[in-house]
Design a protein around this ligand. Sequence first.
Ligand code: ARG
Length: 472
Amino acid sequence: MKLWAGRFQKETNDVVNDFNSSIQFDGRLYREDITGSIAHATMLGKQGIIEEHEAEKIVENLKEILKDIEESDLDVFDPEYEDIHMNVEVMLTNRIGATGKRLHTARSRNDQVALDMRMYVKKELCEIMDLAIEFEKALVTKAKENLDTVMPGYTHLQRAQPTTFGHYMMAYAQMLKRDISRLEDCFERMDEMPLGSGALATSTYPVDRDFVREQLGFARITDNSLDGVSDRDYCLELMSDLSIMMMHLSRLSEEVISWCSWEWRFAELDDAYSTGSSIMPQKKNPDVCELIRGKTGRVYGDLMGLLTTMKALPLAYNKDMQEDKEAVFDAIDTVKQCLEVFTPMFLTMTLRKKNMRKAASQGFINATDCADYLVKKGVPFRDAYMIVGRLVNNCLRSGDTLETMTLRDFAAISKDFGPDVYEALDLTNCVNERKVPGGPAPKEVSRQISRIEDFIEDAEEQLERMRGELRT
Ligand code: ARG
């Protein structure tokens, strides 16, 4: 029998029952739901809203239910009871009868689900932050190993100027740094406890919201009950943050796919992180990277879905909001899966440094340096640029590179060239001379690395503090 049977004269239609029910996917909130109920029951007892001994009995049995669920599997839930909140309540009343029926005093499923989701999102956000920090460390490891691994830098995917793989890695480290700090911000902003909001307008009982807040490790209580039950901004914010992080992972995946192609041959993935073809015996495919690139669309979809669900909802709770769960769970699960596989795949990837350097020496990547050489001899930059353009044109016709031109060839175009031009064209020198803050010179990249290492240390401390707050 439904909990609301009193008001109704008919049973719920079976199709409606299935349609309405969320237990298939919100069953995973059982820990949050029970932990929240324990705090609520304790508060009810302390405030004299129910008898102390009743509160104790409720708490004791909720703990046993938690243990039983954990020792069995999630199939213990009954779709007849719609969602995790009703399932737990029914389990409790089945065990202790009338006393169990007192648990829902001064509470609605609206503030209950708002609480459960926040607790769940806080916990999962910490897991993701942990994985993101691990990935950040992997980028630092790769950077340190490749401070002087020269490679071409690109614009428009055309070889542009020389850089190093270390410099490249630290660019991604900056993106991840922002991703991690966005997660910290999201956690801080959502750290508000909604229970006590009731269905929408609180209740007339002398509830102690601050006590419940403290029990559940939140920083603050939500300050308006209508908002408390209908706010899903924290879900959207997390999914926005995750979408941006996936965009970064996808960009790097795309690069790895290119680096592993026969056209580039800059890198090779470990066999354990590659896949073969069912028909072409020679193939070694970067499926992991492609899946991450593909799943990025899926996470964006989760975000767009919930944004659209929320966009016209009047205050306060509407059942539409039940749609938040599958989107949020899917985004969280997907991002965790991607980070878990990407980091070890990336760490075990080997670089073909010779090919990288060869590519860097073939695309006139030091043409800017050649022009800068003339500028240092007093030639205005625009003139130097034109001169080097002519040199490149000559090279393209003769099949030369700048380095293979003779001094005579150089002198024929400009008398300002001297024998020291070859030093200016040397790729290692080109990189080492770019020591401006932010640049690829190994010393400068080492400075960037140490700043990221400081960031990682702070983020780890922050994460420990955040985890200290969790109660599930
Ligand atoms: N399963 C519901 C959800 O996820 C719980 C809240 C239901 N509240 C209600 N008034 N029907 O949103």
